[in-house]
Write a protein that binds this ligand. Sequence first.
Ligand SMILES: Cc1ncc(COP(=O)(O)O)c(C=O)c1O
Length: 424
Amino acid sequence: MSNAELMERRNAALPRGVASLTSVFVAKAENSELWDVEGKRYVDFAAGIAVCNTGHRHPKIMAATAQQSEAFVHTAFQINPYETYVSLAERLNQLAPISKAKTIFLNSGAEAVENAVKIARHCTQRSSIIAFTGAFHGRSMLTMGLTGKAVPYKAGFGPMPAGIYHVPFPLEQYGVTIEDSLKALEALFKADVPASQVAAIIIEPVQGEGGFQIAPKAFIQALRSLCDQHGIILICDEIQTGFARTGKIFATEYADIEPDILVVAKSLAGGYPLAGVIGKAEVMDSPDPGGLGTTYGGNPVSCAAAHAVLDIIEDEQLCERSNRIGKQMKTRLEKIKATGNTTPIGEIRGLGAMVAFDLVKVAGGNTPDPDRAKKLTSQALKNGLILLSCGIYGNTIRLLAPLTIPDNHLAEGLDILERSLAEC
Ligand SMILES: Cc1ncc(COP(=O)(O)O)c(C=O)c1O
């Protein structure tokens, strides 16, 4: 069956709200390559939206999940616990930049953020939460409220949950300084909600959907001080940034602070559904037994996959590799930008292999060109490269190659990107 035929069936059977960026129906995937049902091959610079840092079907993950499936697939941890959940929690407690941590496992990023907020509220006995403009924390009712982009995530789904406030994320590029953001926080405490009623501040150390915008170190450190001053829980959402994507296991490590809670998902289990909330032991222990949990959370097969992912990150030195990939991508992008005979490229930025660039109307300018971003992703697809856009203006192209990508596939992907940029 062709992609077009499958697309027709898809559109008839599924609601419009479930969007697919491409009409490429996958038949097979291996590390950084993907083949569709028509046999066409693609280099994958999307990695399932930052889920496959360890590539598609890494042999160690395949072996670990097969072995676990032979033993048992589900018991519900609340009924019959198993060692791999505990040992995975122990490993994450060690890896997280938190001195004495505890961890609970959930199924998805949004569910983990929901649980982080529940824990923060229970621990502080306060209700309000502060998030940032441009943030993405999920699509469930609460996380949709926390998300800082109205269209398409929030419009028409109101009313939003009560007690959520948004403050401008510092974006020097668009004239919002760290001081502006901190002043907005102070103004919020004066005008809308006293700091004494705020349970948590949630921030992505690098905004993902928001355009790979890096939260400045000084800003995260200022948030840490504010949280300490007012007894507020600092939640770092590492769902997109975690597990070597930024050149460290967690991007929060760059800020030299200890968050109270760290939320993880995506690349934690290399494609198997698994999310976690890692937090300071005294914070995590606040809710009473039975207050937290979910039927599938910490599924044994997902836990087996996550153990393999952590082994791979260590064995294959993926943090170092992430930095090397990022450097290669940025160097190439700077070179393409400098030639000037291509679609105008604005800012190029990134941490490790979490690299992005903006498309702008005029070279040297800052006016976003989201139409060109759409053209580029579809041109790249025609040329055999899966590429994602993002950003508050929809003009950012993000490069999320698996960290296990072989050098020749990385070079091939960058060649296709350069050609596609020239063609649109
Ligand atoms: C930073 C961040 N938080 C939360 C989420 C939501 O995760 P999920 O789609 O697994 O619910 C995402 C997903 O893209 C994300 O990037």
